[in-house]
Design a protein around this ligand. Structure first.
Ligand SMILES: Cc1cc2nc3c(=O)[nH]c(=O)nc-3n(C[C@H](O)[C@H](O)[C@H](O)COP(=O)(O)OP(=O)(O)OC[C@H]3O[C@@H](n4cnc5c(N)ncnc54)[C@H](O)[C@@H]3O)c2cc1C
Length: 315
C-alpha cells in the first residue's frame, strides 16, 4: 500500500463524512483552467473535518497542499501526485462576541473575498471595497497578502487562526504575520493552513456610497483586465521601486513589445500586459515557457528581473 493509499484508508475510517476525491482534475479548480489530476483531494466542510484532514495526513507523514479557489495557481499538466485539501467548504462568516474587545467579524478561510466585501457593504462597513473584484478566498488572500487599488488584506486583519502539523489551532496577531507586498508568514511556511481570521473594527458608512465605490472599481477592472479569458491575475510581482519611483511589471512587458506574444494556447494579454491568459487549450508547459520568455526578454532589455506572483504545484 502506498503512503497515499494508507492516508485515504485512515481518512475514510477516522473521518467518514469527509468528502474525498481521487484523481481529481485540477483544471476544474484553477482559474487558468489548467492542470492534471491531484491524486487525492479532501474537501472539508467544518472546522473539525479540516482539523482531521490535516493532522491525520501529518501523522501518516504526508504534507497536504492547501487549495483555496485556485486563482493564483498554476498546476503541472502531469498533475500532483499528492494530497490536496480544498478549503472552500470553510465558509462561515459570523459576528462573535469577545468579552473584552467587543463584537468582531470572524471569517472562514474558505469564504470568497467578494462575499466578504459584499457582506461588509450590506452592513454599512467600509474598508473592503478593493477586495470585491479579487476572485480568491480569505485564506489565499492571507497567504498572498492580496490587495488592489491601495487596499491590502493586512490593513483590516486583527488575528489569524491556523492549523499546524499536530492538528492544533493557534492564533497569531496580524502584526506577527510578516505581511509585506504579496507575502506573509503563511507563504513562507506552507505547512500551515489558514482556518479563519478576525477583522479589525471597520468604519461605518452609508451602504449606497460603499456600493458606488465598489461599482467604480469593478468598472476599472472590466476596462483594463482581460476578465473574459482564464488567467491567474497578474503573472508577475511588481518589481522593487527604482530611485523611489514605482516600477510596474505590465509597463516593462509592454515597453518590450511583448503584448500578444504567444506560446501554444498561452498569450501575453493584448489588453493588460501583466496578465498571461489561456486563449483556449493552453497547457501548464505553454504558460511556463511564455513566462520564461517574458522574463528573459524583460531582463535583457531593461535589466529588471521579474519574479512570478503565481504559485506553482507539481511543477
Ligand atoms: C482575474 C483575476 C484578478 C486578480 N486580481 C488580483 C488583485 O487585484 N490583487 C491580488 O492580490 N490578487 C489578484 N488575483 C490573484 C488571486 O485572486 C489572489 O492571489 C488570491 O488571494 C488567491 O486566493 P485563492 O483562494 O484563489 O488562492 P489559491 O490560488 O488557491 O492559492 C494561492 C496560495 O495560497 C495557498 N493557500 C490558499 N488557501 C490557503 C489556506 N486556507 N491556508 C494556507 N494556504 C492557503 C495555496 O497553497 C497557494 O500557495 C487575481 C486573480 C484573477 C484570476
Amino acid at each position: 500500500m502506498t503512503l497515499l493509499e494508507g492516508l485515504e484508508k485512515r481518512l475514510r475510517e477516522e473521518c467518514p463524512l469527509l468528502e474525498l476525491r481521487k484523481n481529481e482534475p485540477m483544471s476544474r479548480h484553477t482559474s487558468f483552467r489548467v492542470g492534471g489530476p491531484a491524486a487525492l483531494m479532501a474537501l472539508p466542510k467544518t472546522r473539525e473535518e479540516a482539523m482531521d484532514a490535516v493532522h491525520i495526513a501529518y501523522r501518516q507523514g504526508i504534507r497536504p497542499f492547501f487549495l483555496g479557489n485556485g486563482t493564483n495557481l498554476l498546476v503541472s499538466d502531469q498533475g500532483y501526485d499528492g494530497y490536496v485539501i480544498k478549503t472552500t467548504g470553510l465558509e462561515r462568516l459570523e459576528w462573535v462576541d469577545f468579552t473584552y474587545s467587543g463584537r468582531k467579524l470572524v471569517v472562514g478561510g474558505g469564504v470568497f473575498l467578494s462575499r466578504l466585501a459584499n457582506f461588509a457593504a450590506e452592513q454599512g462597513l467600509t474598508g473592503l471595497e478593493w477586495a470585491a473584484g479579487i476572485p480568491g478566498t480569505v485564506g489565499g488572500a492571507v497567504v498572498m497578502n492580496a490587495g488592489a487599488y491601495g487596499g491590502e488584506l493586512c490593513q483590516v486583519l486583527e488575528k489569524v487562526s491556523y492549523l499546524v502539523e499536530t492538528g492544533d489551532v493557534l492564533r497569531m496577531d496580524a502584526g506577527a504575520c510578516e505581511f509585506a507586498y504579496r507575502h506573509s508568514i503563511f507563504s513562507r511556511l506552507p505547512e500551515w493552513m489558514v482556518l479563519n481570521v478576525s477583522l479589525l473594527p471597520l468604519a461605518q458608512e452609508a451602504p449606497a456610497r460603499i456600493r458606488e465605490r465598489m461599482a467604480e472599481l469593478a468598472e476599472q477592472r472590466r476596462a483594463k483586465q482581460p476578465l473574459e479569458h482564464p488567467s491567474a491575475g497578474s503573472t508577475f510581482k511588481r518589481p522593487p521601486p527604482v530611485d523611489g519611483k514605482p516600477v510596474y511589471a505590465a509597463a516593462l512587458i509592454d515597453q518590450c513589445g511583448l503584448k500578444g506574444l504567444t506560446v501554444g494556447g498561452a498569450q501575453v494579454s493584448e489588453k493588460h500586459a501583466g496578465f498571461i491568459i489561456n486563449r483556449g487549450g493552453a497547457t501548464c508547459r505553454d504558460i511556463l515557457k511564455l513566462m520564461e520568455e517574458v522574463t528573459r526578454r524583460v531582463l535583457a532589455e531593461t535589466g529588471v528581473e521579474l519574479e512570478p506572483e503565481v504559485k506553482t504545484l507539481g511543477v
